[in-house]
Ligand binder design. Structure first.
Ligand code: AMP
Ligand code: MG
Length: 388
């Protein structure tokens, strides 16, 4: 068994050559920018109106202003503004020459092609050319692409970008007791939840999965599907069959495939039997079958590793809060993650009786960490929790 920090280090030390490709920004959600991106243009490319109103010279104290033009968004203004003149202008439209202020329409009255200011306008209400970003500014660093990054790229007119793609993640659920939802349970059987959960955890990040299904604890059949998955995918996740039971074949089939077992058994709860292996540029996680174990091991090990695989140092979102009820445990030999509910700075423990208690995740939106050697987290004290 290895220490938790050692497992983290072994995963981080894996040398990866991210798979770089050029793709359309439309398909880039969940990918990682492979290099910083520079602004191609000033944004906005011209000084524009931030409100609907009338463009004037800010120092103009005229009693009323002649309207010389109406400028809509997308129009090129034709006339220069001089004292006593204004142009009617819409939000987003280019400011006409001479003007440096918009009087919002609500503060004006219009009559016979003249505008009168009824309430003094304290603001300029314009957005200057290049106010948001200037040509050649670094606008994005290497990062995971979210909808907001796509918008920033689009605002620059960038339609294609260089990214490292996410891995194709193969999922195999092992266990002779497993049936899929929709099927009839026989004696001693349970429903497969891990498969759907893992597909969800990966899909939530907009990464790709290939689901191989459920397989009985039969060494030959497992070997066959595992070898196929290892050929077809970049990373293979197996749930179940990774412990010490007579029918726990995962470590054996991983070894028999020619893969190296980097670690097997970690000081973590739930998820002690977790296995990590590699074969060439393919990676394998053997995850214990108990549903909360699978959930936690994905979040703590697999997700950060997938980021690493794409060339990014994953920063887990931590939330700081006050624990509203003490958490006590007897055994302190492993670092433990437990489901909690975080709301507005308050951390509430949830009813949790171990790694098979999938229902404990229903209300959970975070995991609290109890370090090895610690048996109590105190009520009223401040802790960090990881958002899930
Ligand atoms: P194992 O890791 O194979 O020893 O399984 C540990 C526990 O998790 C057993 O009670 C299994 O029945 C259960 N389990 C294994 N695979 C799944 C699965 N795909 N969905 C739900 N529970 C599972
Ligand atoms: Mg099993």
């Amino acid at each position: 068994m290895i220490k938790l920090d050692e497992a983290f280090k072994l995963l981080k030390d894996v040398k990866i050559n991210p798979k770089i490709e050029e793709i359309s920004i439309r398909n880039s959600l969940g990918f990682v920018l492979s290099e910083p991106v520079k602004a191609i243009i000033d944004n906005p490319p011209f000084t524009k109106a931030a409100m609907d109103g009338y463009a004037i010279i800010s120092s103009d104290t005229s009693d009323h202003f002649e309207i010389i033009e109406t400028i809509g968004a997308g129009d090129a203004p034709k006339n220069k503004i001089s004292l006593g003149k204004c142009s009617k202008i819409m939000t987003g439209a280019m400011l006409p020459e001479g003007a440096d202020k918009i009087v919002r329409v609500e503060y004006t009255k219009e009559e016979n092609n003249f505008m009168k200011i009824t309430t003094p306008e304290p603001y300029e209400n314009i957005i200057l050319k290049g106010e948001n970003s200037k040509k050649d500014d670094i606008i994005l660093d290497k990062c995971k692409i979210r909808p907001q990054e796509i918008a920033i790229l689009a605002s620059q007119g960038i339609s294609k970008i260089k990214v490292s793609r996410p891995p194709l993640v193969g999922i195999i659920n092992t266990g002779s007791e497993l049936k899929n939802p929709g099927e009839q349970l026989g004696k001693g059987q349970i429903y497969n939840s891990n498969g759907f959960q893992l597909i969800g955890q990966i899909t939530k990040e907009n990464w790709l999965t290939k689901y191989y299904g459920i397989f009985s604890d039969n060494k030959e059949e497992l070997q066959k599907v595992f070898d196929l998955a290892l050929k077809e995918c970049d990373i293979v996740l197996l749930s179940g069959g990774v412990s010490m039971g007579e029918f726990d074949f995962v470590p054996k089939i991983v070894k028999a495939s020619g893969a190296e077992i980097v670690f097997h058994k970690v000081e973590i709860k739930p998820g002690k039997p977790t296995l990590f292996g590699k074969k060439g540029d393919k990676y394998i996680f053997g995850m214990p079958g108990n549903p909360v174990s699978t959930f936690v091991i994905f979040d703590v090990f697999v997700k950060p590793f997938i980021y690493h695989w794409m060339g990014l140092n994953y920063q887990q979102t931590l939330l700081k809060g006050i624990l509203n009820k003490k958490i006590k445990r007897r055994k302190i030999d492993r670092t433990e993650y437990r489901p909690v509910k975080y709301n507005n700075g308050i951390i509430s423990p949830l009813s949790y009786h171990g790694s098979s208690h999938i229902d404990s995740l229903a209300e959970a939106n975070a995991l609290i960490r109890i370090d090895k050697g610690v048996n109590i987290l105190e009520e009223g004290k401040e802790y960090y929790v990881r958002q899930i």
